[in-house]
Design a protein around this ligand. Structure first.
Ligand SMILES: Cc1cc2nc3c(=O)[nH]c(=O)nc-3n(C[C@H](O)[C@H](O)[C@H](O)COP(=O)(O)O)c2cc1C
Length: 329
């Protein structure tokens, strides 16, 4: 490694520090006049178990420094996955960062925010100079935590945590010269996860005599209806399903879909179509609940996040199913 030669390039130094993944906290206190004060901080860390102590550091040019320097109590809020907007709110200078926020009641007087993964109510114990920051060390007088997945911060972006997975397969690699693949092939992982998940609703589909195509069409209409045949085709073309073979007519003949005449003609679910898809969706939700139970909330949130990223990265330009269609002017 090269000999250290400060001063470093500040951007590069920050980039290197950003390799260290942290949680995201909001630290709050009251100013001398009782005004609530808070800032987003990822410099939080544990210090001691006995006595229970934590630390964080605050930039000396922060507007909040006088309030924290003069206060006896401060609260650290470990933000949950759902609190990215709150993190951004407290990371910008503003006259009233607390506007419209409901606060929980607590003993110390420092503001206590709800909906966090963990909270540490602290009595300030020490204050140290830390270069251009001031380091606050506090004794934890009370804490609480829940199972909400925590928000992370790494390489300058918000992130979600997931435990490292065990290998999927215990079999040795197949040895097909030049054409073998490992269990890390995304296509294999997507495909296997999809089929193992869908397996849990096969029984319900068979009981209701529904094909995969029927399932796609009915579940689409359970989100948005009525839809014209061409709109249905556009929504599910990416699945490779071919509707020209009479799948929609068959659903109408079996009494699962109805033609809707009038100003906005199209197809909608009949009462028995609604009943059928509700049962299939209930089975799918049960499979999901079982999976979430096995993975845990943290991994489930991280999985949703990565699947959304993969879907957006490969989106062929599908109509936005969960967005209201643009209305004609
Ligand atoms: C993820 C994240 C972590 C941060 N961590 C710290 C920190 O540990 N210490 C700090 O002084 N500022 C930190 N900041 C910046 C402050 O939140 C920001 O400067 C804020 O405006 C300070 O509030 P104030 O100007 O009202 O005092 C962080 C910002 C973000 C987005």
């Amino acid at each position: 490694m090269d000999q250290l030669a400060p001063p470093f390039d500040p951007k590069d130094f920050r980039r290197a520090l950003g390799m260290f993944a942290t949680g995201v906290t909001i630290v709050t206190t009251n100013a001398a006049d009782g005004t609530p004060v808070g800032i987003t901080a990822n410099s939080f860390n544990s210090v001691s178990l006995d006595p229970p102590m934590v630390l964080w550091s605050l930039a000396n040019n922060s507007r909040s420094l006088p309030a924290f320097s003069g206060s006896e109590f401060w609260n650290v809020h470990v933000l949950s996955n759902e609190q990215e907007a709150l993190s951004n709110r407290f990371a910008r200078p503003s006259e009233d960062k607390f506007a419209g926020l409901a606060l929980d009641t607590q003993a110390s007087g420092a503001p206590l925010l709800p909906g966090c993964s963990a909270r540490f109510q602290c009595k300030n114990a020490f204050k140290y100079d830390g270069g251009d920051h001031t380091i606050f060390v506090g004794e934890v007088v009370q804490y609480d935590s829940c199972t909400l997945p925590p928000l992370l911060y790494v390489t300058g972006s918000y992130a979600l945590a997931a435990r490292k997975a065990a290998p999927v397969s215990t079999e040795p690699l197949a040895n097909l010269e030049g054409a073998s693949y490992s269990e890390n092939l995304l296509g294999y992982l997507f495909g296997r996860a999809h089929f193992q998940f869908i397996h849990g609703i096969r029984g319900t589909l068979q009981q209701r005599e529904l094909s995969d195509t029927d399932f796609f069409v009915l579940s689409l209409l359970s989100v948005r209806q009525p839809l014209a045949a061409e709109e249905i085709a556009a929504h599910i073309a990416y699945t490779g399903v071919d509707l020209s073979a009479g799948a929609l007519q068959s659903l109408v003949q079996r009494g699962l879909l109805m033609e809707e005449p009038g100003a906005q003609p199209g197809l909608r679910l009949s009462p028995s179509g609604s009943d059928a898809i509700l049962h299939v969706l209930a089975a799918a939700k049960a499979v999901e609940a079982d999976l979430v139970g096995r993975l845990g909330e943290l991994e489930s949130a991280a999985l949703r996040n990565l699947l959304k990223q993969a879907i957006l990265a490969t989106d062929p330009g599908l109509p936005k199913l969960w967005q209201a269609p643009a209305t004609a002017a």
